[in-house]
Design a protein around this ligand. Structure first.
Ligand code: GDD
Ligand code: MN
Length: 232
């Protein structure tokens, strides 16, 4: 089974359509799945929308946290609850297109592959959002590369792991902010996991606002130093 974890904070306008697209794509491909929506008690009532969907679709599970603690914290909360042998991470805002999901599953047909990163930096991958939004990730990817990052798009949040790999990682040591993503790559690398990148087309958010903040930028800089100091 495939577990798809979707963290949400004020994604009421996106989540219903996203779940229904994922459902139809995976049904067509006969891929059994569960969707875990992990919501930080969004003031816009995202959890109420998901609660209603979960009543009708038994593959959908709603996890509610009381406080907004960051993207990483949401994943740290949800990952141990996932039941699938493949655990996928994706955003709720349609930047991550559901049509790519089966391509991640295909990449796992190679037994040795343990982590699959949806990459905007390999042939066939691209970002179609604004150039200004691409500056920090571009600088970040370069700096991470210098310190030995095994992938070209380490901040990508569209990715999948074998559960076995996640079970070996002490999640409590991972950051609560967006730098969770890079920290996980370096930790998987240290555990000798085979990581591959597949091309994805990353689009601008369709509705709502980004939740990325300076805290997340500083978090990524901290991970960079942690890697240099061999803490990751
Ligand atoms: N539960 C919870 N709690 N969810 C959150 C939180 C939080 O504190 N912060 C963000 N999210 C959810 C959003 O609702 C969305 O579904 C997803 O996490 C990503 O948030 P966005 O606000 O859309 O992030 P972004 O588009 O700026 O960042 C994207 O690019 C980054 C850099 O490439 C994401 O793909 C990140 O994963 C990626 O690191
Ligand atoms: Mn987004």
């Amino acid at each position: 089974m495939l577990s798809i974890i979707i963290p949400t904070y004020n994604e009421k306008d996106n989540i219903e359509k996203l779940i229904s697209e994922i459902d139809s794509i995976l049904k067509k491909r006969k891929i059994s799945y569960e969707i875990l929506v992990v919501d930080d008690s969004s003031p816009d009532g995202t959890a109420d929308v998901v609660f209603d969907i979960a009543k009708k679709n038994k593959n959908v599970r709603l996890l509610v946290k009381t406080k907004k603690e960051g993207l990483g914290a949401a994943y740290k909360y949800a990952i141990p609850k996932a039941k699938g042998e493949i655990v996928m991470e994706m955003d709720a805002d349609f930047s991550h297109k559901p049509k790519h999901i089966p391509e991640f599953i295909d990449a796992f047909e190679n037994e040795k592959v343990q982590v699959v990163i949806g990459s905007r930096k390999v042939a066939g991958g691209k970002r179609t959002d604004s150039l200004i939004r691409q500056i920090y990730p571009a600088i970040g990817s370069l700096l991470f590369k210098i310190v030995g990052c095994p992938v070209r798009d380490p901040t990508s949040g569209f990715r999948a792991y074998r559960k076995k790999v996640l079970d070996k990682i002490n999640l409590t040591k991972m950051p609560d902010d967006y730098s969770f993503q890079v920290a996980m790559i370096f930790t998987a690398k240290r555990n000798n996991a085979k990581i591959v990148e597949i091309p994805i087309v990353f689009g601008a958010r369709e509705l709502g606002e980004t939740k990325y903040s300076n805290r997340d930028l500083f978090g990524n800089i901290k991970v960079l130093f942690d890697v240099i100091l061999r803490r990751f």
